[in-house]
Design a protein around this ligand. Structure first.
Ligand SMILES: [Zn+2]
Length: 309
């Protein structure tokens, strides 16, 4: 937290140096601040090569998006943004900053993508797993359903068209291309996963509820919606039993790093460990350089792990 104190002085300078001008005037910069990678990528796709628009993201790559803390400089960037794109309930610090700093415009993507109820078993509720992670009883991981993710792109285009009306047509065209790419991805998933021998999807971080619903799987999560919660020995035994009874042949870790929980299940049941990335950020260990590439790597894991013809 040393960094927090060091940035205070810098923030004071920044606040005087970069007051955001009125967007839409010649030479002015439009700044879009997003909460985490999938919102950043959607915003970048919608902005495309429209000049003078900067897209920033608050969550650093590799840092758990659920646990984000904001520096004073980042709080100032929320205040100064022309548009803040966030998803209420995923990042409490961003929700608070939007409420307190009242940026010129903000888009809560959770309000446009039809979030599903967070339907955990009771194992989530008897632990302290929700400490500091109030996600309002809904599952925030909507971007893992390409159809819902496209709705986010459309909503970002609508907001940008209001912020910067001179470029409204470009934003809408870019959002349409983004939608088209996601429709292609959705078709690939539907085709590749139409005939699988296993419909139970055993994941560590329970981030794949939307993907499971869209493509006909039943998700069993080891740790729950927030990845840092520690499963009880009883929960681990329950999952091990389910894996054996259901003839599950693969369990999914969320990255090539930190796959210890999946490894525990694997060593007790003889299943293989594959990577299913929730794409909360892109890092050097990601199986691709953007959302579309990592989703296609996820599809290969699913084909292999779920026994799809
Ligand atoms: Zn998550």
């Amino acid at each position: 937290m040393t960094r927090t104190f060091l940035t205070v002085a810098a923030t004071a300078l920044l606040l005087t140096a970069c007051g955001s001008g009125e967007p839409g005037e010649a030479g002015d910069q439009v700044t879009v601040v997003t909460g985490f990678y999938p919102l950043e990528y959607a915003a970048q796709r919608v902005v495309g090569d429209v000049p003078g628009v900067r897209v920033e993201t608050l969550a650093s790559p590799g840092v758990d998006a659920h646990d984000l803390e904001l520096t004073p400089r980042q709080v100032a960037s929320v205040q100064d943004a022309d548009l803040v794109v966030y998803s209420a309930g995923l990042q409490a610090a961003v929700d608070t900053a939007v409420t307190d700093q009242a940026p010129a415009r903000s888009l809560d993507v959770a309000s446009v993508v039809d979030l599903l109820e967070d339907d955990h078993d009771e194992h989530e509720d008897d632990e302290e797993s929700h400490e500091g992670h109030d996600h309002g009883g809904v599952d925030p991981h909507f971007w893992l359903d390409p159809q819902r993710y496209a709705l986010a792109g459309d909503a970002i285009a609508d907001e940008l068209a209001t912020v910067d009306p001179d470029n409204a047509a470009a934003y809408r065209a870019n959002a349409e291309q983004f939608s088209a790419d996601l429709r292609d991805l959705d078709t690939e998933f539907t085709d590749a996963l139409s005939s699988c021998s296993q419909d139970t999807l055993v994941t560590t971080h329970e981030a794949f509820g939307y993907l499971a619903e869209r493509y006909g799987f039943k998700q069993v999560g080891i740790t729950g919606i927030t990845p840092d919660s520690e499963p009880s020995p009883a929960r681990m035994a329950e999952i091990t039993d389910a894996v054996k009874q259901l003839d599950v042949t693969a369990v999914y870790a969320q990255s090539t790093l930190g796959r210890d929980l999946a490894d525990v299940i694997s060593s007790e049941t003889g299943t293989q460990v594959l990577v299913l990335d929730p794409i909360e950020s892109i890092t050097d260990s990601s199986a691709g350089t953007d959302y579309l590439e990592v989703m296609r790597a996820n599809l290969e894991s699913l084909r292999q792990g779920q026994g799809c013809a």
